[in-house]
Design a protein around this ligand. Structure first.
Ligand code: C2E
Ligand code: CA
Ligand code: CA
Length: 733
C-alpha cells in the first residue's frame, strides 16, 4: 500500500489510473474483503489483469483497518464475515465519510440486505454467484465515478483556491485596483486604497471617482477614469493627481495629493463592445509620487543654476521661446538683456572662488529685486546673466530696469570687512525691432553688451544694426540687388523727427529697406556700400526720392501738417552731372513744394571733394532744395567749412549722444555746436537719442531743437508713420 494521506470524499485520489506505466496516473486500488480464500483468490485473479491494484482482507476487522487508511478507491465486500460483519464495515465507511466505493458481493442476496446496503451508500449489490462481466462493468463504473467526482471536487477546489489567491493578490497589490459602474461610481476597490489614498474600500464604494481627483486634473481625469475603450487603445500610463482622502472618504486641501499613473479599460457584458452593454470601467492606480518627486528634484537641477538657484540656460531658452510666442500673439514688445559683471575675474583672483561664489549669489539676489515676478532672470555662465522683461510699453521701460540694476549693483557689498563694488555692462535687444527669433535677440543683446565694455563698462546699450558685422554673402546680395527694384523689393521706412519743445513731429527721415526674398528686411548698411560700388546707387537713389516725394504728397493730401522729408544721398550720386536736374524733375513731377524735401549728405562725403560738393550744394540751394549735413562731428572737427556752405540743417552724429556720459568736455562741445547752429540759422537735429537719460541730458543743456532716435520711434513704414503722427501731434481724426 502506498503511503499517502487518507482519502476523503472531497478529495481527489493522488493520481489517476492510466495503466501500469509508472506514469502520471495510477490504477484504482481495490480491497477485496472475503473470508473464503478460494473466492478471494479468484476475485483477485479476475481483477489484477484489468490493471487494478488489488489488495485482500480476509476478515471484517482487517478490512476496517485497511479502509480506515483511506487509500482504497473501491472495496468489494462480502456481507457474511466471521469477525466483523460486512454491514458494519459499510456503516464504518459511511460514518467516516470515506470516499471508497463499496460494492457488495454477497451470497445473502435478500431484499432487506440489499436495501440496507444501498441506504448506507453502497455503490452496487452483486449477488453470488456473480456474472463476471457484470461485476467488471460495475467496478469499472465505480472507478469512473470516482474519477469524475474527484475531478469535480478538484475543480471546485481549484476555483475556490484561485478565488482566494486572486483576492490575496488583489488585496496585497501595491496598486489600487478598482471597478467603476457605468456612471463612474466605485463598485469595487481593493484594500490598497486605505494605504494609498487614505480611505478604506468600504468608504470608497458608492462614491464618484471625481471626489478622488485633484481639482486641477479633473478635466484630464474625465477622459481616462471613464474609459470605455478596451485593448490597445485603452488608457495606459496616464499621470494624474489624486487627493489624499480622510478615512471617511472626504478630501481636505491640506491632506495634499499623490501622483498616480492610471491604466483603465472598459468592461462589457458578453465581451461584445457596443454602447448598450458597457457596464463600467476596470482600472489600476499606481502611486508614482516618489518618482515624481525625484523627477521634480532632477528637473530642478537640470533647469536651475546650483549656485544661485536662478533658471539656467535651458530653462531660459524655454521661457524666451514662450515669451516670444506670447509677445507675437498679443502684439507686445519685450526686451532681452545680457548682463555681464565687469572685471569679475579680479574678485575671484583677489578674494578667492569662495568669495566669488558668495558675491554672485548676492548679485543674483540684487538682480531679482530689480525685476518683476513675470520676468525671467537666468544665470547662464560664470558672471553672465540674461533677463527677459515682457510686456514693455516702450523701450523706456527697459531703460528704467537697466538703470535700476546698475544703481543697485553699484551699492557696495561688504565681504569679510572689505567693501566690494560691482559694476556690470548690459546689452539690450528689443523684440520685434532687433530681432524676431531667440538667437537673433540673444546675439544682438550680446553685441550691445560688448559695446558697453568697449566704451566704458558700467552702463547699458541698446542694439543697433551698425554693430552688425556684414554676414550676408556679398556676391549673392550684389546679384540680387540688380533686380531688386524691378521686383519691387525696395521699401522706404520713415523715422520721425521731433521738436524738443512740444514733442510734435516736424519732419521724417526716409530710410531704405530691402525686403529680400530670402533674408527678409535688410538694412542699408548691408547693401548701400554695394550699390555705391557698382553704380546701382543712382537708380536706387532716384527710386527712393520718388517714393519719398509720393509718400510726402500723400500725407499732405490726407491733411497731415506739413513735414520736411529728408532723404539720404551718397557721394557717388553727387558725381552724377545730372544729379540736380534729376532731383528737380522728381520733386516737381510730384507737384511737391521744394521746401518739403531735404537732402542729407554726410560730412565725410562733403569732405571727399569739398569743391565739387559745394558747387553741387549751391545748385541745389538755387533750386530751393534744402541740404542737411549728416553725421556731423563724426570725423572732421573743423567747423570752419560750414561757414561757407549753403546748408539748412546740421545733424549731430549719433555717436555723440550715445557716448556722452555727461562729462564736462562733451558739454562744452555740444554747447558750442548748438550756438554755432543758432548763429548760422540752421536747424539742429540730434540723432540717436534712445533713453530718458539722454533726453534729460539734452534738456539740461538747454537743447530746444529737433530730436531723432529710438526714444521716440524706430524707422517705420508709412502706414505706421501716419498713426504715430496722429498720436504724437494730438491730431483729431
Ligand atoms: P543715417 O543717415 O545716419 O541714418 C540714421 C540711422 O540711424 C538709421 O539707420 C536709423 O535707423 C538709425 N537710428 C535712428 N535712431 C537711432 C537710435 O536712437 N539709435 C541708434 N543706434 N540708431 C538709430 P539705417 O536706417 O540702418 O540707415 C543706415 C544708414 O544707411 C543711414 O545712416 C544712411 O547713411 C544710409 N541710408 C539709409 N537710407 C538711404 C538711402 O535711401 N540712400 C542712401 N544713399 N543712404 C541711405
Ligand atoms: Ca541720414
Ligand atoms: Ca545720420
Amino acid at each position: 500500500m502506498r503511503s499517502a494521506h487518507p482519502l476523503h470524499a472531497s478529495q481527489k485520489p493522488d493520481k489517476q489510473y492510466k495503466g501500469d506505466n509508472g506514469g502520471q496516473e495510477e490504477a484504482p486500488s481495490i480491497l477485496v474483503v472475503e473470508d473464503e480464500p478460494m473466492m478471494r483468490r479468484s476475485l483477485c485473479d479476475l481483477l489484477r489483469p484489468q490493471g487494478y491494484q488489488v489488495h485482500e482482507a480476509a476478515g471484517g476487522l482487517e478490512a476496517r483497518k485497511a479502509l480506515g487508511s483511506g487509500l482504497f478507491h473501491i472495496a468489494l465486500i462480502d456481507l457474511n464475515l466471521p469477525d466483523y460483519s460486512g454491514q458494519k464495515l459499510i456503516e464504518y465507511v459511511r460514518q467516516g465519510e470515506l470516499a471508497t466505493k463499496m460494492i457488495v458481493v454477497s451470497g445473502e442476496a435478500n431484499f432487506e440486505n440489499a436495501a440496507l446496503a444501498l441506504q448506507n451508500g453502497v455503490f452496487d449489490f452483486v449477488s453470488k454467484p456473480f456474472d463476471v462481466s457484470y461485476l467488471l462493468k460495475t467496478i469499472k463504473k465505480a472507478a469512473e465515478e470516482i474519477a469524475e467526482i474527484n475531478e469535480e471536487s478538484f475543480e471546485s477546489q481549484t476555483i475556490k483556491l484561485s478565488d482566494e489567491i486572486n483576492r490575496l493578490i488583489v488585496d496585497n497589490s501595491p496598486d489600487v485596483i478598482y471597478i467603476l459602474d457605468e456612471n463612474g461610481y466605485f463598485v469595487f476597490v481593493n484594500q490598497t486604497s486605505t494605504e494609498l489614498i487614505g480611505c478604506p474600500p468600504e468608504n470608497l464604494i458608492g462614491t464618484h471617482y471625481t471626489s478622488l481627483v485633484y481639482k486641477q486634473d479633473l478635466k484630464k481625469a474625465s477622459y481616462v477614469f471613464n474609459e470605455r475603450r478596451t485593448g490597445d487603445r485603452s488608457t495606459k500610463g496616464i499621470e494624474l493627481r489624486l487627493n489624499k482622502m480622510g478615512s471617511n472618504g472626504s478630501s481636505h486641501a491640506e491632506s495634499g495629493y499623490i501622483y498616480i499613473e492610471l491604466i483603465a479599460k472598459g468592461i462589457y457584458k458578453n465581451e461584445e463592445i457596443n454602447k448598450r452593454n458597457f457596464v463600467g470601467t476596470y482600472g489600476v492606480i499606481r502611486d508614482i509620487t516618489e518618482r515624481k518627486r525625484s523627477e521634480e528634484i532632477i528637473n530642478y537641477h537640470l533647469y536651475h543654476d546650483n549656485l544661485t538657484s536662478l533658471p539656467n540656460r535651458s530653462l531660459f531658452n524655454d521661457r524666451l521661446h514662450m515669451a516670444l510666442l506670447y509677445a507675437k500673439r498679443n502684439k507686445q514688445k519685450l526686451a532681452l538683456m545680457f548682463l555681464d559683471l565687469d572685471r569679475f575675474k579680479k574678485i575671484n583672483d583677489n578674494f578667492g572662488h569662495q568669495a566669488g561664489d558668495e558675491i554672485l549669489q548676492s548679485v543674483a539676489h540684487t538682480l531679482k529685486g530689480c525685476v518683476r515676478e513675470m520676468d525671467t532672470l537666468a544665470r547662464i555662465g560664470g558672471d553672465e546673466f540674461l533677463l527677459i522683461t515682457q510686456d514693455l510699453s516702450s523701450p523706456e521701460d527697459a531703460t528704467k530696469i537697466c538703470e535700476k540694476i546698475l544703481d543697485k549693483l553699484n551699492q557696495p557689498i561688504m565681504y569679510r570687512g572689505n567693501e566690494i563694488r560691482i559694476t556690470a555692462s548690459i546689452g539690450v535687444s528689443l523684440y520685434p525691432e532687433h530681432g524676431k527669433t531667440k538667437n537673433e535677440l540673444i546675439r544682438h543683446a550680446d553685441m550691445a553688451m560688448y559695446r558697453v565694455k568697449e566704451v566704458s563698462c558700467n552702463g547699458y546699450c541698446f542694439y543697433s544694426d551698425d554693430f552688425e558685422v556684414k554676414d550676408f554673402p556679398n556676391l549673392e546680395l550684389e546679384n540680387d540687388l540688380y533686380s531688386a527694384l524691378s521686383k519691387n523689393e525696395m521699401v522706404l521706412y520713415y523715422q520721425p523727427q521731433i521738436e524738443a519743445v512740444n514733442e510734435h513731429v516736424v519732419g521724417v527721415e526716409a530710410l531704405l529697406r530691402w525686403n529680400h526674398p530670402k533674408y527678409g528686411i535688410i538694412t542699408p548698411s548691408h547693401f548701400i556700400p554695394i550699390a555705391e560700388q557698382n553704380g546701382l546707387i543712382n537708380e536706387l537713389g532716384k527710386w527712393g526720392l520718388l517714393q519719398a516725394c509720393q509718400d510726402t504728397k500723400e500725407l499732405e493730401a490726407e491733411g497731415f501738417p506739413p513735414l520736411k522729408t529728408s532723404f539720404n544721398v551718397s557721394v557717388q550720386q553727387l558725381h552724377n552731372p545730372n544729379f540736380v536736374k534729376e532731383v528737380l524733375e522728381i520733386v516737381q513731377g510730384c507737384c511737391l513744394d521744394q521746401n518739403s524735401i531735404e537732402l542729407e549728405i554726410t560730412e565725410s562725403s562733403l569732405m571727399h571733394d569739398l569743391q565739387k560738393a559745394s558747387a553741387m550744394l549751391k545748385l541745389l540751394t538755387q533750386a530751393h532744395i534744402s541740404v542737411a549735413i549728416d553725421d556731423f562731428g563724426s570725423g572732421y572737427s573743423s567747423l570752419n567749412y560750414l561757414q561757407n556752405l549753403p546748408i539748412n540743417t546740421l545733424k549731430l552724429d549719433r555717436a555723440f549722444i550715445q557716448n556722452a556720459n555727461l562729462a564736462s568736455s562733451e558739454k562744452t562741445i555740444f554747447t558750442a555746436i548748438q550756438s554755432m547752429a543758432k548763429s548760422l540759422d540752421v536747424n539742429f537735429v540730434v540723432e540717436g537719442v534712445e533713453t530718458t537719460a539722454q533726453k534729460t541730458y539734452l534738456e539740461k543743456l538747454g537743447f530746444s531743437s529737433i530730436i531723432q532716435g529710438y526714444y521716440y520711434s524706430y524707422p517705420i513704414p508709412v502706414s505706421e508713420l501716419k498713426a504715430f503722427i496722429i498720436n504724437q501731434n494730438g491730431i483729431d481724426t
